[in-house]
Design a protein around this ligand. Structure first.
Ligand SMILES: [Zn+2]
Length: 152
């Protein structure tokens, strides 16, 4: 059951120690979103914003979080989607689905962080860098190549 089916976004620097139910605390500083569980149990739900965890959409008025919030680690085991400040109850997952999600999450994180650590793999991920260090270096090399040709 969902007791709070509407959340009010609140942009904060640091997350307060006591969470008010029905408030979605967003800290860009820490790249995280925290709220008091929408089932009404009052336990803290932390949804970090990372490329492998949650992503936040803010249209100036309302916030959406994706993917869904599955509180498998809380006694209530509530599961819902935050879409345009509204809390939409999602179906309960059984143990097999939770285990599958945990495996997927672990694999996604392993994949993502191994890409960060090895630059070769990251190049594969982004084949066409439009700007940034790679593009700048390439341009400088071209200028140097021209200069060398002109000098010789
Ligand atoms: Zn709860």
């Amino acid at each position: 059951m969902i007791r709070h089916n509407q959340l009010t976004p609140c942009f904060v620097k640091g997350v307060p120690r006591i969470l008010e139910p029905g408030i979605l605390y967003v800290s860009m500083e820490y790249g995280t979103v925290v709220h008091s569980c929408c089932c009404g149990c009052g336990l803290e739900v932390v949804t970090p914003l990372t490329p492998t965890d949650w992503r936040l959409t803010f249209d100036g008025e309302a916030i959406s979080l994706w993917p869904s919030v599955g509180n498998w680690n809380l006694p209530c085991r509530s599961h819902y989607v935050i879409q345009g400040n509204r809390v939409v109850e999602a179906g309960q997952w059984d143990k097999a689905q939770i285990d599958a999600e945990r495996r997927r999450d672990k694999a996604a994180k392993a994949r993502y962080y191994s890409q960060i650590e090895s630059p070769g793999a990251q190049k594969e991920l982004k084949p066409k860098p439009t700007n940034g260090p790679a593009g700048t270096t390439a341009n400088r090399e071209t200028i140097w190549a021209k200069l060398l040709r002109w000098l010789s």
